[in-house]
Design a protein around this ligand. Structure first.
Ligand code: ATP
Ligand code: MG
Length: 308
């Protein structure tokens, strides 16, 4: 059964703790959250009025898949993931609303930086490099072409802006000031390891992960750094189809290209409250689902059929 397309979700059987651009966080107990992903989509930094079918389910199921792959391949890796099963505390109506799009996670103190890792030079990194030869203030080799790989993936953190504000690229030194020396190098090392492991896995399945954003939390009881949030989705990463990749030009991103092209063509780029035509939403959904299938080896429908 298809989950309904939902841009706002108001559960009545749990208290809401916070709401982001895409997700709503509900409190289950002191240590546990219900992490709910809506079908909202943003492009050029504004949220569309309508949603993308299956998006919340795709992001949730893909994140859960990655947590499995990563914990298997990286000994000792800790994640916030607990289960995809709905909590007993949900009313039957709420259970329907969050079906396939929610997971129970450990509630943790979030390190207030965006932990970005870049394998390829594009976006704001390419813009900076053209002007100064640096990326987030780090010197880079001369002669890199647009979208070419860095000699080694690099850690390029940014600030975590409030809703409506833009994140700001910062140097690893500045990030260390924010999170504290005690954790800075552990975060960097872990982020690079997770990116490299994921990039290799995805490359074998036809996807280049050009760059990605992680978030980390702190387990205050054990002092462990924990991988939290969504991971390695088309929303948090740039996925490029490997068979069409070519350095020296911009690449089609896997997910939002239809939507961005349409917004540009209609002169609606950056306008608030725009509704996508059904065909654009459907084409976007198809791209998210295609990435899911390539990365997990099964269709989203197959994954949903396995849920309770
Ligand atoms: P965007 O991802 O588009 O920048 P956003 O980050 O504002 O938007 P969402 O992704 O919609 O927000 O919501 C997820 C929120 O949950 C983020 O603020 C993230 O830091 C927080 N979060 C993720 N995992 C945990 C966790 N285990 N404990 C506490 N907070 C978490
Ligand atoms: Mg987020």
């Amino acid at each position: 059964m298809s989950p309904p397309v939902l841009t706002t979700i108001e559960l009545t059987s749990l208290p809401k703790l916070a709401s982001g651009k895409v997700r709503d966080l509900y409190s289950l107990d002191d240590k546990t959250l219900l992490f709910v992903t809506t079908d909202r989509i943003s492009a050029y930094d504004v949220i569309m009025a309508n949603g993308v079918p299956f998006k919340g389910a795709t992001l949730t199921q893909l994140t859960a898949h990655w947590f499995g792959v990563l914990t298997e391949r990286i000994p000792g890796l800790k994640t916030h993931f607990l289960t995809l099963s709905p909590p007993a505390a949900l009313s039957p109506a709420d259970r329907e609303l969050v079906r396939a799009r929610s997971m129970q996670v450990r509630k943790l103190k979030v390190f207030p930086i965006e932990v970005i890792v870049r394998g390829y030079i594009t976006g704001s990194a390419w813009k900076e490099y053209q002007k100064t030869g640096t990326v987030h203030g780090l010197a880079q080799p001369a002669g890199l072409q647009e979208c070419s790989p860095f000699p080694e993936p690099i850690y390029t953190p940014s600030t975590k802006a409030e809703l409506g504000q833009h994140d700001e690229n910062i140097s690893p030194e500045k990030a260390a000031e924010i999170v504290g020396d005690r954790y800075a190098s552990r975060i960097e090392e872990l982020a690079l390891k997770v990116y490299k492991t994921a990039a290799e896995y995805a490359r074998e399945r036809g996807i280049i992960i050009a760059d990605t954003k992680f978030e980390f939390g702190l387990d205050e009881e054990t002092d462990d750094i924990v991988l939290i949030d969504e991971v390695l989705t088309p929303d948090s990463s740039r996925f490029w189809p490997a068979d069409r990749y070519e350095a020296g030009r911009d690449q089609d991103s896997f997910d939002k290209q239809y939507l961005r092209n349409w917004l540009t063509k209609e002169g609606l780029k950056g306008k608030e409250g725009v509704a996508m035509p059904e065909q654009i939403a459907a084409a976007t959904a198809a791209r998210y689902k295609e990435a899911f299938k390539l990365l997990t080896g099964k269709t989203l429908e197959e994954a949903l059929a396995q849920l309770e």
